[in-house]
Design a protein around this ligand. Structure first.
Ligand code: 5GP
Ligand code: ZN
Length: 112
């Protein structure tokens, strides 16, 4: 079972900020910004490149949950960034799809 599936199953601890039937939002263990959350589906999908048309609703729910948690932790006014890394060149290190929610400081663009 993958690392994030273990977090979903509470086999590994995480600082969960929001949960619903389909998804979980928790704090990144190595924050890259003052606020850094991860939003994941409870169902294992390895990466955006592995998603199918059947996953469309779930992917939409992840985006909306990311929006809601950003609001909840106070990022809505100044703004925030949602990031999905896919594969080696993007630096994806956990192969269970996740949306990074980054905020709390001005973020450089383009990313490195
Ligand atoms: P990726 O590089 O795959 O886009 O992002 C994976 C993220 O998961 C990284 O930002 C990393 O810090 C985070 N991460 C890795 N292991 C754990 C863990 O055990 N707990 C939590 N909360 N975050 C983790
Ligand atoms: Zn998984």
């Amino acid at each position: 079972m993958c690392l994030f599936c273990k977090i979903v199953n509470r086999e590994i601890k995480a600082d969960v900020v929001r949960e619903n039937e389909h998804a979980l939002a928790f704090r990144d263990i190595h924050p890259a910004a003052p606020t850094h959350l991860l939003v994941i589906p409870k169902r294992h999908i390895a990466a955006i490149h592995d998603a199918t048309a059947e996953d469309a609703a779930l992917l939409g729910q992840l985006m909306l949950l990311a929006r809601d948690v950003a609001e909840e932790v106070g990022l809505a006014e100044n703004g925030y960034r949602l990031v999905v890394n896919n594969g080696r060149d993007a630096g994806q290190s956990v192969f269970h799809i996740h949306v990074h929610v980054l905020g709390g400081r001005a973020l450089a663009w383009p990313p490195g």
